[in-house]
Design a binder for this molecule. Structure first.
Ligand SMILES: C[S@@+](CC[C@H](N)C(=O)[O-])C[C@H]1O[C@@H](n2cnc3c(N)ncnc32)[C@H](O)[C@@H]1O
Length: 216
């Protein structure tokens, strides 16, 4: 059980994402970085309340399919209420069990603002089992302080290689948010850095998007 399992967290997160663009913007950029095509079958790992799922549905279109996975029943209940589409399926379970949760292969897997919370080694192994031969995994990571993108990319290149993946592309981007957004983010009590926020200045979320592929 994590903080994500609380209905109160799901409710606060949902209200936050409706008021501030942080998660919608990073989801849209993630979906673009993943190079997803209309008609694709795509896995959304750590789908939360459905913000990323919605961006994926817009990209895959009516001929595509989104398989959305989250370990928190409360987050999933909110996602189901938020996103009504015939071509989305919801799965409650841990990302590391995704090969047992969903049936068949997917053209791509994405994960927005969640990947570092996963049990990395088994999750990468499970995702490799469900990707088609051409399939890729794309995930995002956010920082309050401008990261050393080259050093972080090199760390991920090594970590991914050690787990049977090649890093295909690393993209960096910035997203400006209001001071109010950071204060409300801190009330989510999910981010220690945000909880320490005291000033009234707009702030920047630095994001890295990593696209990788299981080695052939
Ligand atoms: C910051 S939210 C991101 C939600 C969504 N992708 C978005 O951008 O709005 C992180 C989500 O990851 C989920 N999560 C954390 N650990 C997980 C795990 N091991 N397996 C599946 N989901 C997990 C949480 O329940 C939460 O819904």
């Amino acid at each position: 059980m994590t903080v994500w399992h609380s209905p109160q967290t799901a409710d606060r997160y949902d209200r936050y994402t409706q008021k501030f663009p942080l998660y919608a913007t990073t989801s849209a950029r993630l979906v673009a970085a993943a190079g997803i095509r209309p008609g694709s079958r795509v896995l959304d790992l750590g789908c939360g309340t459905g913000v990323t799922t919605r961006a994926l549905l817009a990209r895959v279109g009516p001929a595509g399919q989104v398989l959305a996975v989250d370990s928190s029943p409360a987050m999933l209940d909110t996602a189901r209420a938020n996103v009504r589409a015939d071509n989305v399926s919801w799965y409650q379970g841990d990302a590391r069990d995704v090969d047992r949760l969903v049936g068949g292969k997917v053209d791509a897997a994405v994960s927005n603002m969640a990947f570092w919370q996963f049990d990395l080694v088994p999750t990468l192994a499970a995702v490799a089992k469900v990707l088609t031969d051409e399939g890729s995994l794309t995930f995002s990571i956010g920082y309050r302080v401008r990261p050393d993108a080259a050093a972080i990319a090199s760390h991920w290149r090594r970590t991914l290689r050690d787990n049977g993946y090649d890093l295909v592309e690393a993209r960096r981007s910035e997203h400006r948010e209001s001071a109010l957004s950071l204060r409300e983010w801190s009330r989510l009590a999910l981010v220690a850095q945000a909880a320490a926020q005291t000033d009234d200045q707009p702030w920047t979320l630095h994001t890295l998007y990593f696209r990788c592929r299981p080695q052939g």
